[in-house]
Design a protein around this ligand. Structure first.
Ligand SMILES: Cc1cc2nc3c(=O)[nH]c(=O)nc-3n(C[C@H](O)[C@H](O)[C@H](O)COP(=O)(O)O)c2cc1C
Length: 312
């Protein structure tokens, strides 16, 4: 029997598999037993009601999908009164993803979401900071560190920073989030993309650009996890294109302590349970007695870093 339990800071998870924010809801409890998951992660919420982006919001691409959902949110009251209780019917730790457009609004939302039934706050800092000309917090090290400091002061809950992959030097952002007080990093959100319908000549998404997710992004984000794991000492939760247990293992080998699973759930609603079983079988076959032994176990000792410095 492989020990699948992992610790992310002060939080213990029964296994390293959890959903990615925005790709999951408690209604999936009708499809599979949500108590099997390592954690539950909510869609990002905002304080106010938001209707989201113009349609179409989703487009298929080769080995992935583009979305421009735009964080529709029922607001804080609905979150606390309806969404948290719906998740609390299940046992795994509850991770509340939050989003806001200024450091002050982020901090006050973080404070108000830090209720007893929420176990972890995941700050989706990929959103624009309207006080910094709309630049996304996580695209700049200074904005990342500043907002994380505000959030750190606003809660005693474990605090995870979800980074954007739309940067040149992810390790620099990872260090800034750690310096600002993050207990863990989620690497990463969707990759900015665009596609055009060659019949209508129109962008496929109503918002023109959107986030690319699914298997197409996995090699890019595995590389980022590898770089972040060498830059920080806090745990990393990998996220991007995981569809199988071996995909999850790849992220762990690169340095992640746990992973989040998103797009595949739209095709296979119970995919995460298969991923847990496949990961356990893979650990067994590779003679890993505990999944924690897999983290960072990539055999790269005799490889030169020049190989990737050249393309960094
Ligand atoms: C439809 C959709 C909605 C999403 N909504 C959110 C969100 O609200 N907050 C967030 O941090 N990430 C959001 N994401 C990004 C995912 O959490 C995840 O980072 C991304 O999909 C990469 O993982 P995947 O390739 O396994 O899907 C969303 C992704 C999709 C596809």
């Amino acid at each position: 029997m492989v020990d699948l339990s992992v610790r992310i800071g002060d939080v213990t998870l029964a296994n390293p598999i959890m959903p990615a924010s925005g790709t999951f809801s408690p209604e999936l409890g009708a499809v599979f037993d949500l108590n099997r998951l390592g954690a539950l992660v909510t869609k990002s919420i905002t304080r106010e009601y938001r209707s989201g982006n113009p349609t179409p919001r989703v487009a298929e691409t080769a080995s992935g999908m583009l979305n421009s959902i735009g964080i529709p949110s029922k607001g804080l009251d609905a979150f606390l009164n309806d969404i948290v209780p719906a998740y609390r019917r299940y046992g795994p730790p509850l991770v509340a993803s939050i989003s806001a457009h200024s450091p002050e609004a982020f901090a006050s939302l973080c404070h108000d979401v830090s209720v007893r039934d929420v176990d972890v706050i995941e700050a989706n800092i990929s959103c624009p900071n309207l006080e910094a000309d709309g630049r996304a917090f996580a695209m700049h090290a200074d904005l990342t560190e500043a907002v994380m400091r505000r959030l750190r002061a606003a809660t005693t809950k474990p605090l995870w920073a979800k980074l954007t992959p739309n940067v040149g030097d992810i390790a620099e952002i990872a260090r800034a989030a750690e310096a600002g007080g993050a207990d863990a990093l989620v690497v990463a959100n969707a990759i900015l993309g665009m596609s055009i319908d060659t019949d209508s000549l129109r962008p496929t998404l109503g918002a023109i650009m959107g986030g690319l997710t699914g298997p197409a992004i996995k090699p890019i984000v595995v590389r980022m996890v590898y770089q972040c794991a060498r830059a920080v000492s806090i745990p990393i939760v990998g996220c991007g294109g995981i569809a199988t247990g071996k995909d999850a293992a790849e992220y762990l080998l690169a340095g992640a302590a746990a992973v989040q699973v998103g797009t595949v759930t739209f095709r296979h609603p119970s995919a995460m349970t298969a991923i847990i079983d496949e990961l356990a079988a893979w650990c067994d076959a590779k003679r890993f007695a505990a999944v924690t032994d897999v983290t960072g176990a990539v055999r790269d000792d005799d490889y030169s870093t020049d190989r990737y410095e050249a393309v960094r």
